[in-house]
Design a protein around this ligand. Sequence first.
Ligand SMILES: C[S@@+](CC[C@H](N)C(=O)[O-])C[C@H]1O[C@@H](n2cnc3c(N)ncnc32)[C@H](O)[C@@H]1O
Length: 299
Amino acid sequence: MGKSSKDKRDVYYRKAKEEGWRARSAYKLLQLNEQFGLFNNIHRVVDLCAAPGSWSQVLSREIFKNERSDAQIVAVDLQPMAPIDDVVTLQADITDPRTLDKILHIFGGEKADFVCSDGAPDVTGLHDLDEYIQAQLVLCALRLATCLLKEGGTFVAKIFRGRDIDLLYSQLGFLFEKVVCAKPRASRGTSLESFIVCIGYRPREGWKPDLQPELSTEEFFQNMDIGRARLHEDLRVDYEERKVAPFVACGDLKTSYDSDASYSLDTKVTHSLDPVQMPTDPPYKRALEMKRQGQLRGK
Ligand SMILES: C[S@@+](CC[C@H](N)C(=O)[O-])C[C@H]1O[C@@H](n2cnc3c(N)ncnc32)[C@H](O)[C@@H]1O
């Protein structure tokens, strides 16, 4: 599919380019904020899996418009990111425990009010493997969030509502006062993608989360009594422990677009718009260089 046909088919993709957002995902965070008022009184913010940076752009715009000039935003991604006003970018892996120290160092040892993660691994095409890796990425973001958040803080993360998602809801219920599963209009209705919005972080008194890579989820959450479904003696999972989080569709039905619908472009618009920010160091760059130098076989 050419760039211009995507412009026509996906209204959020086009609108993001017109309004200067690096990715259409910006609208998902904006719509989550409309519903939950996420950005009130937040001071230290961590955007995990942030590249190319549209969530960081939203955070920077919304937080600094209230003239909180002492606010701090840290954006973390495996990929390098082009700079964004008032955002410290960190090229790091959220599954690596050293990333926690790097973030805390930037905050001068202080805890964060808000941690979000829009993480998605590279897909392999093997459905079960992709689902498993995505679930592990969410758990890594959650572990990091438990080490970073101050009491009362908020955690927002992208999830895919797969088979075992109710187990995650139940784990989150032990850690936060309120857990809601939200689907912004900008997220395609045909996709299993949703966002967990976890408000009011309340770790059990005395619990000190410890980010060691070799710890299983169960070991990490020990003393919080969560992290595993109880097994019956015959090894069946005890479903009584499982929970369903309330589900909210957000994004104004009147003013926001349906991301699964096609809208006709203004008749004056005949061309596709350029990306707001070209990738800084895309994986295909080396392949292109090799091709130019004749080091790649093929057409
Ligand atoms: C959908 S994109 C995020 C889009 C971003 N929220 C925005 O608005 O521009 C998912 C990102 O997750 C990142 N990612 C995946 N695994 C990661 C990991 N282990 N550590 C850090 N970032 C990771 C990818 O590099 C990718 O940039």
